[in-house]
Design a protein around this ligand. Structure first.
Ligand code: ZN
Ligand code: ZN
Length: 385
C-alpha cells in the first residue's frame, strides 16, 4: 500500500508525524563464495568482479555488513539496499550508510523508502545523516520527497539488565524509550542551527514538512509485550507496498529490544528477506519462506567463548542473536535459494575470517552462501533470463 498507509494484521495506520516531513530540499575482501561485487576492504573502490551482471534490474547491495556499533576499518555499519530499476529501498542505516550509498553508485533521487529493523545505534547511526548531510550534490542529485521511513515506535518499557539487577542510569528518564518519530524529530530539533544556517547561506530553503514521511509500525495487535512477550509467534504483515515491491514484517527475538523487525521484500524478480537482529525464531523462518535471497545476521558464539567472555554475556548473545551454525538451519527450513550472511559479529575479519563464517553456515544448508562484505552486489535474475 502506498503513501505511508499500513495494512494487515498487526500493522499500523500510517499517520504522519507531528512534523511528518522534515528537511532541506536536498537533503544521502573478498567477494565471497558466489557473490558479485567489490572486495570488502574499507574504502576499496566499488569495482565489480566476475562475470555476473551487477546492473541487474533488481539487486541487493550490501552497503555495510558489520554487527555492533564500534567503528572498525574493514566494514561499515549494517545497511542494505534493494534496487528495483530506478528505485532504491534501504534496510537499516548504520554507520557510514549514506557514504556507502553514494559509493555504490545509487542516486539519492532513487531513494523511495527506508525500513529500520530496530533502534540499536548500529542500525540507525546514519539515518538522520541522509537528511542532514545529503545536500544537493553538484550534479543536482537530491532526495525526492516524500521518502517514507518505517520503523519501531516507542518500546514503552524496558526489562531488567540481562546480567541481573544492578543500577543502570537512564538517559532522558522522562522519555527513556523513544521511537522512530522522536529519534528523527529530536535530531532535527538538536540540529536546527545547521539547517537554519544552510538556508541563510543560500541553500535551498528548508521545507520542514516536505521530505520524510515517518511511520511507526504498530505491533499493538500482535499480542507482543515489551517486558514479557517481545516476540510472540505471529504471521507476517504488510507494512508497505507500491508498484515495485511489497514489504512485510515480523517480530524477531532480540534480547531486551522491542520491537525488533525482520522484513520480507517481494519484487518483480524475486524475494529478499532480512532477518534483522534476532535469535533463531520461527517467525523469521516463516517470513523468509521461499525467498530467493535470505540476508541473515550471524554471530560466532565460539569466538566469544574462546575469549573467555563471561557466562552472562554468552547467554545474552544467544538470546539476542543467531550463531552462524544455526543460520543454515533457518535458510534450509525456509527453503531459501541463497543465504547471505551480514551483520557479522565480531565484524573484524582478523577475528573470524570469511572461511569460518562460510563453513559454519554450510553445516546445515547446502545452498549457495555469500559471506557479506561491503559493496557486494547480489543480483536477482527473475524469470526473464
Ligand atoms: Zn545490530
Ligand atoms: Zn540490535
Amino acid at each position: 500500500m502506498c503513501d505511508g498507509q499500513v495494512d494487515g494484521s498487526g500493522a499500523a495506520g500510517a499517520r504522519p508525524s507531528r512534523r511528518a516531513v522534515l528537511g532541506t530540499a536536498a537533503v544521502a575482501g573478498m567477494a565471497a563464495f558466489g557473490a558479485v561485487g567489490a572486495p570488502g576492504r574499507a574504502l576499496a573502490a566499488p569495482a565489480p568482479q566476475g562475470g555476473e551482471r551487477t546492473d541487474a534490474r533488481t539487486r541487493l547491495v550490501l552497503l555495510g555488513t558489520a554487527g555492533g556499533p564500534v567503528p572498525i576499518a574493514e566494514r561499515f555499519g549494517i545497511s542494505s539496499a534493494v534496487v528495483v530499476g530506478d528505485r532504491t529501498y534501504l534496510f537499516d542505516a548504520g554507520r557510514g550508510s549514506a557514504s556507502q550509498y553514494v559509493r555504490a553508485g545509487l542516486p539519492l533521487k532513487s531513494l523511495k523508502a527506508v525500513f529500520v529493523t530496530h533502534l540499536h545505534a548500529d542500525h540507525t547511526a546514519d539515518l538522520f545523516n541522509y537528511l542532514m548531510l545529503a545536500q544537493a550534490s553538484p550534479d543536482g542529485d537530491a532526495l525526492v520527497p516524500p521518502v517514507q521511513v518505517f520503523g519501531p515506535g516507542p518500546a514503552g518499557a524496558m526489562g531488567p539488565p540481562f546480567a541481573g539487577p544492578r543500577p543502570v542510569p537512564d538517559v532522558n528518564p522522562d522519555n527513556p524509550t523513544p521511537g522512530l518519530k522522536d529519534l528523527i524529530n529530536g535530531s532535527l530539533d538538536a540540529n536546527a542551527y545547521t539547517f537554519n544556517i544552510y538556508g541563510r547561506e543560500g541553500a535551498t530553503p528548508i521545507h520542514p514538512e516536505s521530505i520524510l514521511r515517518l511511520t511507526e509500525i504498530d505491533v499493538s495487535r500482535t499480542g507482543a509485550d515489551p517486558l514479557k512477550n517481545r516476540a510472540p509467534r505471529i504471521r507476517p504483515f504488510t507494512v508497505f507496498e507500491d508498484d515495485r515491491i511489497r514489504v512485510q514484517a515480523t517480530l524477531g527475538a532480540h534480547g531486551l529490544v522491542f520491537p525488533a523487525f525482520g522484513f520480507r521484500c517481494e519484487t518483480p524478480d524475486g524475494v529478499i528477506t532480512f532477518s534483522g537482529d534476532t535469535a533463531y525464531h520461527e517467525n523469521i523462518i516463516e517470513l523468509a519462506h521461499g525467498s530467493d535471497v535470505l540476508v541473515h545476521e550471524a554471530v560466532s558464539v565460539d569466538y566469544y567463548k574462546d575469549k573467555n567472555q563471561n557466562a552472562a554475556f554468552i547467554e545474552h548473545l544467544k538470546e539476542a542473536h543467531t550463531d552462524v551454525t544455526q543460520v543454515g538451519d533457518v535458510a534450509r527450513l525456509a527453503g531459501a535459494g541463497k543465504l547471505v550472511l551480514s551483520h557479522l559479529g565480531p565484524a573484524k575479519p582478523s577475528m573470524v575470517p570469511d572461511r569460518v563464517w562460510y563453513q559454519g553456515a554450510r553445516k546445515s544448508y547446502r545452498g549457495p552462501v555469500v559471506v557479506g562484505n561491503d559493496l557486494v552486489t547480489v543480483p536477482l535474475r527473475g524469470k526473464r533470463g
